[in-house]
Design a protein around this ligand. Structure first.
Ligand code: TRP
Length: 331
């Protein structure tokens, strides 16, 4: 392995949205040839909030299948479940001993989640960033594609890595944020001022990549726009319409100006329908592949086992090094 390593994780909660697809996954597809990519289903992370076990198991498997259906290729990249590689939790423990409680209490996501789940401020919630640091550092990751909400977690990962390297000797690669080429940001269909969220309580705010065609059409037809009638790209004054234009452009391959030319004066209903149809068309092969994968659990689990095995081999190398450096007796 001498290509740079990219690591990304996703919590199997909510839905994988067209926003995730446009902003992240479609960039990863292109990166698979230039980097050694590792994509983990962060199923330990999401235990920090209560999950319904049967649903959770199903959703994690579904996320895994959706990744593959999108074109993340188990031949090129490592795709696996975080919980299948025990080294994550093991490194987390050691890193815990190099992380200060104050640092964790200052994390904005911890403060937000603690406020939201006031009845369940568990240790995992506080320790979440250290597990994320373990995810990243185990694989000698150079680059982590992160959105703005995860930047602080990447910063603390770097701090922990540098701290450990300085105390002992160079052990971890210090990772950097990977800023994708474009990665258009997609907004909620109901509140175009807000990012499209994978866990929005309003089901009409986001579109899943495996949604049925008629549901997709309904969501686009009811997308919030404005009281004007012109289809024009103007994110400041026409955030709803502009968001739909970006979605249509990214999913259908038309340029923004082309969309203006084609739909500028056709009225919103015609434009919204065309936008929905472009999304349905683009997602059709993904949905078909997803359905096929979900009906072949044996294959999916074989991919997961293989991914975990490859991940484990890499993780062990780092973990053994760490154990030696901190003075644990070698086996
Ligand atoms: N915390 C990330 C999120 O909620 C998910 C995640 C877990 C992750 N481990 C990671 C992202 C490692 C990047 C690298 O989005």
């Amino acid at each position: 392995m001498n290509k740079k390593i990219i690591y990304s994780g996703i919590q199997p909660t909510g839905i994988i949205t067209i926003g995730n697809f446009i902003g992240a996954i479609s960039n990863w597809l292109k990166m698979q040839d230039d980097y050694d990519c590792i994509f983990g289903i962060a199923d330990l992370h999401a235990l920090t909030v209560r999950q319904v076990p049967a649903e959770y198991r199903k959703r994690a498997l579904s996320f895994f299948a959706q990744y593959i259906a999108c074109g993340l290729d188990p031949e090129k990249s490592i795709l696996y479940f975080q919980s299948h590689v025990a080294e994550h939790a093991e490194l987390q423990w050691i890193l815990n001993c190099f992380t200060y409680i104050g640092e964790m209490q200052r994390m904005t996501q911890f403060k937000d989640k603690a406020a939201k789940h006031a009845d369940n401020i568990n240790m995992g919630l506080l320790d979440y960033p250290v597990l994320m640091a373990a995810d990243i550092l185990l694989y000698q990751t150079s680059l982590v594609p992160v959105g703005i909400d995860q930047k602080q977690h990447l910063e603390i990962t770097r701090d922990i890595a540098v701290r450990f390297n300085n105390l002992y000797s160079p052990t971890f690669t210090v990772p950097e944020a990977y800023i994708g080429e474009r990665g258009a940001k997609i907004y909620s269909l109901r509140e175009p001022g807000q990012k499209m969220s994978k866990s929005d309580p309003d089901p009409n705010a986001a579109v899943s990549i495996i949604e049925d065609a008629d549901v997709i059409m309904k969501k686009f037809m009811s997308a919030v726009t404005d009281s004007d009638t012109v289809v024009r790209y103007d994110p400041e004054n026409k955030p709803g319409v502009s968001n739909l234009m970006v979605i249509m452009s990214e999913m259908g391959g038309l340029g923004i100006q082309e969309i203006e030319r084609l739909y500028g004066d056709k009225g919103y209903a015609v434009f919204k329908r065309a936008c929905g149809e472009a999304v349905v068309e683009r997602l059709k092969p993904i949905k078909a592949e997803y359905d096929r994968l979900m009906s072949d659990k044996d294959y999916l689990m074989a991919v997961a086992r293989d991914g975990a095995e490859r991940a484990r081999r890499l993780a062990r190398r780092t973990l053994n090094k760490v154990k030696r450096k901190v003075g644990l007796v070698e086996q």
